[in-house]
Every structure is written in structure tokens, then in C-alpha cells.
Design a binder for this molecule. Sequence first.
Ligand code: GTQ
Ligand code: FE2
Length: 375
Amino acid sequence: MSISDLPASPVRLAAGTAGPGQPEPTPELHTLYRDFERESLVPLWTEIGDLMPIHPRPAALPHRWSWASLLPLAQQAGDLVPVGRGGERRAIALANPGLGGAPFATPTLWAAIQYLGPGEVAPVHRHTQHAFRFVVEGEGVWTVVDGDPVAMRRGDLLLTPGWCFHGHHNTSTEPMAWLDGLDIPLVDTLGSAFFEFGPETLEDTSTPAVSRAERLWGHPGLRPVAGPRPRTSSPLSAYRWEHTDAALADQLALEAEGHPGTVEPGHAAVRFTNPTTGGDVLPTIRAEFHRLRAGTVTASRREVGSSVWQVFDGRGTVWTGDREHRVERGDVFVVPSWVPLVLAADEPLDLFRFSDAPVMERLHADRVLVEEPTR
Ligand code: GTQ
Ligand code: FE2
């Protein structure tokens, strides 16, 4: 029996046989443990294996949601559930099956599919939770961030940092669905949630192709001289697909020309950055884009902290621990802390990823273990 297999309940423990480091069960011990319970006390020696494991043992499980299942359900919600003040958003959370029914993808990250029909408006509000949207297909929605209308199109990453007012509206004749990522579970654990309703109507209903934030902050390698103070969240509210795509294509092309820059052979990756710091786009969330050449199998990689991935294009196979999933466009999968991940591309494979890495780094809890491919 390993230390982490010890039974959890002190009372149960006192009734059974003693495990390693545990006292012999006696009626007196049983009474002591019952008295602990009555006084809201828990002895460490019965919990040590769960609370202080040899390595992370997350409750969250590796899991895959297929876009082919998510989208029709979001469409049905579009038919049956109105969007407006009070409910605020027609967002359906991906609930990790290991987290007891909580609407959390991981212990720190929220992931949801949000759906907005033609002409619909999701009202303005703000909250301390940091948020982004990632678009796997469609267009026609503008998210208005602190009064600045930001177009949402396939491949774009759009930011809504904490305490920025935001509302969304669909100006097209087609419905649109996208992926939301927020730090709701972390904020819930920390007890740091505040929320405020905004004005009843959007501040600006214009539909510019380029937001004001991009005009100020979206020029490569350049920042305005005025207002140069570092900000913990990126002031650039849109990261456009054309730039991401070009960066990934160049990374792979350079590799083919014999110049380094990829993560590993056939695996290009970029991180979205805050132009005021060079760091992550949000204080609690890291966002990346990965591109695998057809035939690439990655090294096995385990990291402290959890990630959510969405396939943007292509098909492949994902191994999370000993689970294997076939994935294709739109599919979302979760990699809990310290679970080894291997990706294999059957055809060119593009993936968006977000994680709680900035939190782990701030806590000096970040660790990575890379093992060469065995498959
Ligand atoms: O679009 O503002 O998925 O506030 C969860 C909370 C989306 C949003 C979510 C939110 C939003
Ligand atoms: Fe929100």
C-alpha cells in the first residue's frame, strides 16, 4: 500500500486496521476521531497522501469534447434559450468529468462554447475574471471591449481583460459560435470575484474591420511612446489569424532552411504576448498556437498546470496519459496537471492552446518533463 492509497476518513480509519504511520485502531482512537469531526478538526496524518502527494495527482481527467457534438447542442440552446440581461451569455461550459459536476474544464480554467444568433446582443457587463474568445469558424460578431468594437473572425484571439466592460452583438444573418476561455474556477477558489452590469445598450454599435486597440498597439515591434507603462493585461484586444498563420508558416519554413526556432522538428509554436511587457496576454492565462507538419509525433511532455486545446485545422491523434483520442477541427481537449501529452499529426495540424502557466510561474511551481517519443 502506498502512502497515497490511505483511506481518507479518520473515523473509517480508526475502525479498520492501521496503515503505515497510523496508530492501532482502538475505541479510544475512534472516539478521538469522532471528537475531531465534531469540533471541525482533521488530523494531517490521515490526509497526508492526498494533500501532499509525491507529484501532482489532479482530480481533473483528460477529456475530449467533439465539435460535432458541441455545435448542434449550442444551436439547440440558440432555439430554446434567449440571451439577455440576467442570464447574460448563452455559454455552455465544458465540465471536466473529474471535477464533480462543477462547470470547470480544469481546476483553474473555464472553457465554454458561446452562441449568438443573427441580430442578437449579449449585454454589457464586467467582472474581475479575465477572459478571451477564440474563433474556430464563422464571423459576424463584434465584441465591444470598453467601448471599442472588435471584429471576431476565424483564427482570431480576442481579449477581455478583467474589469473591462464587454458586450457582444451579431450583426450578420448567420449565427456564430466560438470558444470562451476564462479564469472563473481560479477566481472562484480565491474568492476574488466581483461583477457589475454595464449600460443597457452597447456603447458603440459600429462594425469597423480594425479596432482602435489594434490601431494603437497592433503594429509589429512598435508601441506608442505615450502611455508606455507596463500593464498586467495586454491592451491589444485582437490577435489576427493572418499574423499567427504567417508566424507559424515562417517558423516551419525557416526550419526547412536549416534555421532553428521550432519547439522540436516539425512542430512550430507561438505565444500571444502583451506588447507592454513581452509577457503573457492575461495575468492568469497563457495563449499559444501550435502547428505540426503532417507525420510529426511530438515528444511526450508533462507540465505542472492544466491546459485546454482546440483543434483549429487538420486531424490527428492525442495521447493524454494512457488515453488516446482522435481529434479533428473544433474538437476541444483538456490536459490536467502533470499528465503526459503526445500529439501526432496525420495531416498538417493546427491547434490553439490556453493554460494557467502564468499562475504556475508566479508561484514558482512551474516544472516541465520532456521524454522522447515512444510511439
Ligand atoms: O462572454 O462575457 O463563457 O462573462 C463566461 C462568462 C463568457 C462573456 C463566458 C462570461 C462570458
Ligand atoms: Fe463576461
